[in-house]
Design a protein around this ligand. Structure first.
Ligand code: BDR
Ligand code: CA
Length: 328
């Protein structure tokens, strides 16, 4: 039996790949995609998500619009990374899928409560919608069957500032509330941060392999124009001629946690630092258990510390290629 998944996205090139990966995965029943401002504004995210799911022929997936700005306002987009429309060089056309009357936070809270212990939530954007869902349903952490998030840089540098990763940096207040809500609970959020997501790359050759079964189909056109734009961005940083598959790794880890190695720890989100706002400060040496530490003792996160990148990339290519072939 596939597990019901909700993906909370800010689509986004790698969110797009994450959505397609979820649709292509037999372990997943994608019941909803909830949208949040992040890579692009929530209206664009909602349009992109709808378009992606339509091209993927994803069936009956509820698509909900969510928060239009971070909890404390002040959203700042980065069009250079995902393109002005969020899908790289792909020019989005119409979308036919209806948008839910439910708001994203309401949908997350209600679906978790309706099917206690069944729904897996995967968050691949700023955590604004999840924080708002917690306001509506404080029992969310125990109602969810699973929770995985792409966010943070636990034992690595940041990608927006030297210390902060984009999803947490965009709404640190929301991220802080989310980590707090899971404090001391046995079922911890599985967090894939830059430590591991930056090891999972798609190259230009991989994109060609994915699109090869039907290169001129609309789905292959989307993948073939969006992902290389993201690769160009990474190439421009001088680091690698490939694109990090941050968000697909969150889906892969929610499906099969054995793709990563994990440690349980406590994470605090820096809200005040002049240079470090949005940093995910991680208690790697259990300092909180010393006599002098003022940190709360409870664990609140399960962070990935290593990843079997070749396995994840192979699975991603195989499943996306299969989807392109089936939808041709
Ligand atoms: C995260 O930020 C966004 O740009 C990506 O979609 C991913 O979710 C990586 O830091
Ligand atoms: Ca994202």
């Amino acid at each position: 039996m596939p597990t019901p998944f909700i993906l909370d996205v800010d689509t986004g090139v790698d969110d797009m790949v994450a959505l397609l990966f979820a649709v292509a995965s037999p372990e997943v029943e994608l019941v909803a995609a909830t949208c949040v401002t992040g890579n692009v504004h929530v209206d664009t995210v909602t349009r992109n998500t709808s378009l992606v799911l339509e091209l993927a022929d994803a069936g009956d997936v509820e698509i909900a619009r969510g928060a239009s700005e971070p909890l404390d306002g002040g959203w700042q987009p980065f069009p250079v990374v995902h393109g002005p429309e969020g899908l790289g060089a792909y020019v989005p056309g119409h979308h036919a899928k209806a948008i839910s009357a439910r708001n994203a936070a309401t949908l997350i809270a209600q679906e978790a409560a309706r099917r206690p212990g069944e729904v897996t939530l995967v968050a691949t954007g700023p955590l604004t919608n999840v924080a708002l869902a917690l306001e509506l349903e404080p029992a969310l952490p125990t109602l969810l069957g699973g929770f995985a998030l792409m966010g943070g840089a636990y034992r690595a540098g940041g990608n927006v500032t030297p210390r902060a990763e984009a999803n947490v940096w965009m709404d640190p207040e929301a991220a802080a509330r989310v980590f707090d809500a899971w404090s001391g609970l046995a079922r911890r959020p599985r967090c894939v941060g830059l430590d591991v997501t930056e090891r999972v790359w798609l190259t230009r050759e991989d994109v060609q392999a994915i699109c090869a079964p039907a290169p001129s189909s609309e789905l292959a056109t989307l993948i073939g124009q969006a992902v290389p734009f993201y690769i160009d961005f990474y190439a421009s940083t001088g680091r690698f001629d490939g694109a990090s598959m941050h968000d697909p790794l969150a889906v892969a880890a929610a499906i099969d946690p054995s793709v990563c190695e994990w440690i349980d720890t406590r994470v605090e989100v820096e809200l005040a630092g002049r240079w470090t706002r949005g940093e995910t400060v991680t208690d790697l040496l259990d300092i909180r258990h010393t006599r002098w530490s003022e940190w709360a003792k409870e664990e609140n996160a399960r962070i990935a510390v290593s990843v079997d990148a070749p396995r994840v990339v192979a699975r991603l290519i195989e499943r996306l290629r299969g989807l392109v072939s089936e939808r041709a």
